[in-house]
Ligand binder design. Structure first.
Ligand SMILES: Cc1cc2nc3c(=O)[nH]c(=O)nc-3n(C[C@H](O)[C@H](O)[C@H](O)COP(=O)(O)O)c2cc1C
Ligand code: SF4
Length: 423
């Protein structure tokens, strides 16, 4: 069974982002990385030529967002450490282990966009991570290193609370639910000000680009997928945890590095609950690069990789996480509120097996186009993509369920943590 992510994990972050044990202090940080740069006039151009893309899920080019905020006045930087994805722990691990590197990145981004304040938004049950962030901010203030005001806040434990408009809405005193766009946060965000919302890991990479430049950054990875990226590897692996891998590394190497043989696996879930299933056979041919994963209809997203062993039931796992994702809807859009539970219901019928399977599969296929692209945020689209990938990868199992009934019980292999409120 998968290791619950609340427990300590093997954390092999490094060598780029950090290769030191937990929560390093300012002295150790400065000894390792040197002082933060003061001349940041070229930062946006550097981030652009480094090819840095956001690590919060969509992999949007970071320089474009920086430039959009820099054109406006009196901005705010929000460090998105909400990490609602249950199969991912890389943001919390990174902020806990390297809070100064993340704050360096936020400060550099803040200087580039003319910000006055940094808000570090951490999912509130991650108490140790919040404490590390608060201690680091205090240390920097006392050392006279931080020119911007830094505030650390604890966010609600909901999947969509990390969506940027939801986060901004919550920071403005509302519920952590997505809002209609425009305005996007870069136009009007926290307290009505232009707001740069960036993922924890994005800002750590940005801190290194600000210090060492784009050529250094591109020394790792490939032309299309430069630098390194953090992945959380869980499921049927002997060393679940956070790993730093080069852009364009092999998917199989990431799984095997965490202690699993691809021959023992049925499939890999790439991108977590918002991601796609890939069969173990296909996974052997793929890299973690955008082009390679894209050819299989997948994307690295938040970097969560879950190994599903042979004998486990991918249909039952998909039914369970679809139900959980349905419970995460923000109650605002009909196709999401009604469509996701309906999808979970049909998947549950398919997981139970028997003669109702074919009918349920057809019902499910009919639902997908009714839901996709119809929400105010991309939450339902992520679930539709997950379900489409399950129908493709587990097609044989679904046919067998129809004729032979359900698989033997196994797992659960994917976490479905309890849900908090909206405030
Ligand atoms: C349903 C949903 C949940 C999201 N959750 C997170 C999250 O937990 N952490 C995060 O950094 N981004 C999350 N995002 C993406 C954010 O909206 C935003 O794009 C991201 O924080 C931007 O940072 P980046 O450009 O550095 O990736 C989520 C998006 C969606 C649609
Ligand atoms: S699509 Fe779903 S999660 Fe997104 S705003 Fe609408 S109801 Fe909320």
């Amino acid at each position: 069974m998968t290791a619950p992510l609340e427990q300590p994990l093997t954390t092999r972050i490094g060598p780029r982002l950090l290769d030191l044990p937990a929560a390093v202090g300012l002295d150790t940080h400065l000894a390792r990385f040197g002082p933060p740069p003061t001349d940041l006039g070229q930062l946006i151009a550097w981030v652009d030529s480094a090819g840095l893309r956001g690590r919060g899920g969509a992999r949007f080019p970071t320089a474009i967002k920086l430039a959009a905020v820099a054109r406006r006045r009196r901005a705010i930087v929000v460090v998105n450490a909400t990490e609602g994805e249950p199969a991912s722990i890389k943001d919390k691990a990174l902020l806990h282990q390297a809070p100064h590197l993340v704050l360096d990145g936020a400060a550099a981004a803040g200087a580039a966009v003319g910000a006055r304040e940094i808000i570090v938004a951490v999912e509130r049950s991650a108490v140790a991570t919040m404490e590390a962030a608060v201690a680091a901010a205090d240390e920097r203030r006392m050392a006279g290193l931080e020119r911007l005001a830094v505030r650390v806040v604890g966010t609600p434990s909901r999947y969509v609370a990390g969506e940027e408009t939801a986060l901004v809405h919550w920071l403005n005193g509302g519920e952590a639910k997505p809002t209609l766009v425009p305005p996007r946060p870069f136009e009007r965000g926290v307290s009505g000000r232009p707001t740069l919302v960036d993922n924890v890991e994005t800002l750590a990479h940005l801190a290194l680009i600000a210090r060492f430049g784009p050529q250094w950054y591109r020394r790792a990875g490939t032309a299309e997928d430069p630098g390194t990226t953090l992945v959380t590897v869980t499921g049927a692996v002997t060393h679940p945890g956070v790993y730093e891998v080069e852009g364009g590394s092999s998917l199989a190497a990431a799984i095997e590095g965490a202690g699993s043989a691809m021959d023992d696996l049925d499939a890999v879930l790439v991108g977590g609950h918002f991601g796609s299933w890939i069969s173990a056979t296909e996974a052997r041919q793929l890299t973690l690069g955008a082009g390679s994963l894209g050819s299989a209809g997948a994307a690295l997203g938040c970097g969560a990789l879950v190994a599903l062993p042979r004998g486990a039931c991918g249909v039952a796992e998909t039914a369970r996480i679809t139900r959980w994702m349905a419970d995460q809807n923000a109650g605002q859009c009909g196709p999401c509120v009604h469509g996701l539970p309906a999808m979970a219901e049909q998947l549950t019928v398919m997981a139970h097996g028997g003669r109702a399977v074919d009918h349920a599969r057809n019902e499910l296929l009919g639902l997908l186009p009714e839901i996709e692209g119809r929400g105010a945020c991309r939450h339902p689209d992520g679930v539709v993509r997950l379900v489409r990938s399950a129908l493709r990868v587990f097609a044989t199992e679904i046919a067998e369920h129809h004729h032979r009934g359900p698989c033997a019980p196994s797992g659960p292999w994917l976490p479905t943590p309890s849900i908090g409120g909206w405030r």
